[in-house]
Design a protein around this ligand. Structure first.
Ligand code: FAD
Length: 379
């Protein structure tokens, strides 16, 4: 009997567990560890925040994976020993024959003084109910959606949040204006000038003014302070800085970049039989940019490492490789969405484009979630 340890039951970890169970012998053990009780996709937070659909509709208990022969431990991982392929949790130490590190990125609002006190965190499931109450009680004024650090998960999401929030307040008949800011020189640099013009055009249509090159230093009551200048707000929705989880840094898995550097095709780390997938990795692209952090990539990477581990256990070869192909839905209002899609590992530069907007894509976004919940967790 062999054992695989999966650290983290998010997009990457659950996807890996699912494929491993199909590929491994019945008596090989798969243990998935997560401190959270439930899985849900990232954009559920936006839907819950804006009252589009409740959180509970998109949550599945990780424990239900046990029906498929995957052991689930609800524990906090306090130490990772990659050389020994072992972890320490609150109740002891667990060793394995292979390990997948899929702990996502850690939100670090504390890096921006005043963020926790004054901003609503748009990316933290735990704070969404309170943020929703604040949105519901909002009576008008200046609304700001701000990106407080890069890289962050799902680069189009803040713009989607801004557009949907604009519609939400307009439907309530509030008197308000909206602005957004990013430390980057344009909305989504991976799209190039032409793609950014499209995104920024959708923002302009909703009268959302985007301020690029704005690096926020701190937040005080009613004001965001940048390296140069300030911006007033009555309601501030923020995307906090993201960091590699501390437990991963302490294990020596993160390198100079601050993130885990892996082989871009096999997701191997510098430790034998230890793989890292998803948001905590950094993967260079041919144009010098980095692979965006997105659930679709974590999912595909989980499938690849599961096949590689299974092949290793069975003394066979696997051709599984991460291809860097992915698409992400971006809701642009009026019941429509478009796809940001591409071949991100293409040479000599990533091939990324935007589709036309349509209501079909908005419907497909719902199916994107329901198909995965059904495939991974059953009915
Ligand atoms: C608003 C929003 C919208 C998004 N929309 C999209 C989209 O449309 N398409 C898309 O592809 N992506 C989207 N994303 C991004 C997507 O959610 C992430 O890229 C994806 O979840 C990353 O997967 P992961 O497996 O790396 O990490 P995660 O899914 O974050 O999972 C990590 C898991 O590790 C657990 N964990 C962390 N530390 C510990 C510890 N010490 N002990 C125990 N457990 C621990 C966490 O509880 C968590 O369950 C969106 C994100 C947000 C916030």
């Amino acid at each position: 009997m062999r054992r695989v340890l999966i650290l983290g039951g998010g997009f990457g970890g659950v996807s890996a567990a699912h494929v491993l169970r199909q590929e491994l012998a019945e008596d090989d053990e798969i243990i998935l560890i997560d401190r959270r009780e439930y899985f849900s996709v990232g954009f559920r937070k936006t839907w819950a925040l804006l009252g589009i659909s409740p959180f509970a509709d998109g949550q599945r208990p990780l424990k239900s994976l046990e029906r498929q022969g995957i052991s689930v431990m609800r524990e906090t991982i306090t130490k990772i020993d990659p050389a020994a392929k072992a972890v320490e949790v609150d109740h002891g130490r667990i060793e394995a024959d292979a390990m997948i590190v899929a702990l996502g990125s850690q939100l670090a609002p504390g890096l921006i003084p005043g963020f926790e006190e004054h901003a609503l965190n748009a990316y933290d499931a735990a704070t969404i109910p309170e943020a929703k109450q604040r949105l519901d009680a909002f009576e008008g004024g200046i609304v700001v959606v701000g990106i407080f650090g890069v890289p962050y998960s799902c680069p189009p999401a803040p713009y989607e949040i801004a557009i949907l929030l604009q519609e939400h307040f307009a439907a309530r008949g509030l008197d308000f204006s909206m602005q957004a800011f990013t430390p980057l020189p344009m909305s989504l640099p991976i799209l190039g000038d032409a793609g950014c013009e499209v995104i920024e055009g959708y923002l302009a249509k909703k009268e959302i003014r985007l301020h690029p090159n704005r690096k926020a230093l701190r937040v005080t009551a009613g004001e965001i302070h940048f390296t140069t200048g300030r911006m007033s707000y009555d309601l501030l929705l923020g995307i906090p800085p993201h960091r590699c989880p501390q437990v991963v840094v302490e294990a020596g898995l993160a390198k100079e970049s601050g993130w885990v550097e892996v082989d871009s095709r096999s997701l191997e780390t510098s430790f034998d039989d230890v793989y890292a997938i998803g948001d905590l990795t950094t993967i260079p692209l041919a144009n010098g940019k980095r692979l965006p952090k997105a659930g679709v990539f974590a999912e595909a990477q989980g499938e690849v490492v599961a096949k590689l581990i299974a092949a290793g256990f069975n003394n066979s070869e696997s051709t599984a490789r991460f291809e860097g192909l992915g698409a992400c839905f971006l809701e642009i209002g009026n019941g429509e969405a478009l796809l940001v899609e591409g071949d991100f590992l293409a040479e000599p530069a990533p091939l990324v484009s935007l589709t036309e907007a349509s209501s079909t894509y908005a419907d497909e976004k719902f199916s994107f979630e329901s198909e995965r919940l059904l495939k991974w967790f059953g009915k």
